[in-house]
Every structure is written in structure tokens, then in C-alpha cells.
Write a protein that binds this ligand. Sequence first.
Ligand SMILES: [Zn+2]
Length: 201
Amino acid sequence: MNITDSQIIEKVRNGLDTVDEQARECGITMGCGGCYSLVKKIIKEEKNKRMSKTVRVFKLVSEHIDSPDGTDSYEMPKGWRAITMDELAHTHFNNITPEFIEHRQFNWDNNTPPYGKKRIIAQLYWYPDKTGVAFHKEWVYNPTKREGQWELFYFAFGCKHQFKELSPEESRVRGIAHYGNCWHVHECQLCKYTNSYDSSD
Ligand SMILES: [Zn+2]
């Protein structure tokens, strides 16, 4: 199937911004697989160009429209949990650019000390897999020292993914493109989120 650079760029602008999506939609790269890296490069360049626009859109979205998990701006995100700094280091934080940054305030009713019932005022960082991390700061008074200080609390939310690799056949049944031996498709057993990557890169 013949497809030009400008047709690929046009599709990116219409929201098909991964090779997978373009392959599903119009069959590109599905034949010999040879043009896979070329298509990937064109898509990447186009996405880089529109990056500043994307950030602006998400800022607007964060002010009044539904969040990725469907919860409202005054509700606790699904799967909300306190994490330690070490657990934070094992999240997407610092590895993946957030898709969406949101300022949110809500009440968190928790039985586990030292948290208890808290008014959370947090900055939420949403990643493309609908999970995220959040930071909440609080002025904590120490009666012994008779002084207070700002303390930072770390949180995670969304699914705790349990990934299992799908075979080419299982991928096909789900409508996910599979490009062969170096290609890996993983599906979360809990939320069914899938991701695909090429281990030959
Ligand atoms: Zn999951």
C-alpha cells in the first residue's frame, strides 16, 4: 500500500499519533514491516512540532473538563494511595512526560496513621496509561521544637497494573498490531490497558 509523508502527517493531526493506530486504521507497515521505522520517524517529528499546542490544550482541560478516570475535580481519583519516596522512584515519575497536569482539592478519609482524615490539596500528574502521581504539602507543627515546617506527601493513583505479554494471535484478536519477534504487546490483567514496544530499538 502506498502512502505519502503528508498523508501520515495529516493522520497525526487527526489524532492517529502512534504507528499502531495508523496501522490499524489504514494498514501501513503491515505488509513487509520495512517502512515501520520511517513512519515512526515522521510521526515523532510531527508530534514534536505540535507539542507546545498540546500542553496548552491540557491546561485548559484541567480547569473544567473530566479527568482521564472520569472523577470530578472535587473527588478522590480512583486507586488513590499514599506512597513512600522510594515507591515514588519506581513510578513513571521522571521517566514519562505527564499527559495532563491537574490541581485538585478533595477530602481523603484514611484509617492508616499518620494520614487520617485529610483535606488534600494536590498537584496530579496523569500519565498516558491513566495512572499518576501526586504531591500534597502541609504545614506540620512540632510542639516539642515549637516550630513548624512544610512537609511533602507523595501519592499514586490509578490501576496497579499487572502486565502479561500477549502472543501475536492474542494481539490480533484484540485488534492490536503485532510486528513479529522483536515486538512486545503487554496487557494489564486488571484494567486491560495495553502497551506495545519494539525491543530491537
Ligand atoms: Zn492496569
